[in-house]
Design a protein around this ligand. Structure first.
Ligand SMILES: [Zn+2]
Length: 135
């Protein structure tokens, strides 16, 4: 049961310009529903239902992120928070390399790994959208 009202859900979606705020998948081309992600999960970590804690997320990013908020970066061995779409800028932490999403920083790298952004199906879907000028 969603804790987020329909008007709030619509505002989050609009603010995100109808794209996943993590992997940038356009919601019009997803066969699964998008979710309002609690950037800091409510139950496990005390996050709020306020707009500053909400992000528009594709099914894949939302379910792989689940209750995670951080992980160890392979390059630095430092515990690193996942990307926060409300307080950080996507292009500072990620870049596209064809259909692949590359983490530029520890935050970007842990987010790409935990959210499995370069899983084969995700990469293939991005490539198809790019090939048909819908990305
Ligand atoms: Zn996504």
């Amino acid at each position: 049961m969603s804790r987020v009202s329909t008007p709030v859900r619509n505002r989050v979606r609009q603010r995100a310009q109808h794209r996943c705020e993590y992997c940038h998948l356009p919601d019009a081309f997803s066969s699964y529903g998008f979710h309002v992600d609690h950037i800091i999960p409510v139950i496990r970590h005390g996050g709020s239902d306020q707009l500053e804690n909400l992000a528009w997320a594709c099914f894949r990013c939302n379910t792989t992120k689940a209750g995670d908020i951080a992980s160890y970066d392979d390059d630095t061995d430092q515990l690193t928070p996942l990307y926060n779409p409300r307080t950080q800028t996507w292009s500072e932490h990620f870049e596209m390399d064809g259909p692949w999403i590359m983490g530029l920083t520890p935050v970007g790298r842990v987010t790409v790994r935990i959210l499995e952004m370069n899983a084969e199906k995700q990469v293939n879907a991005r490539q198809l959208l790019m090939d048909t000028n819908r990305w």
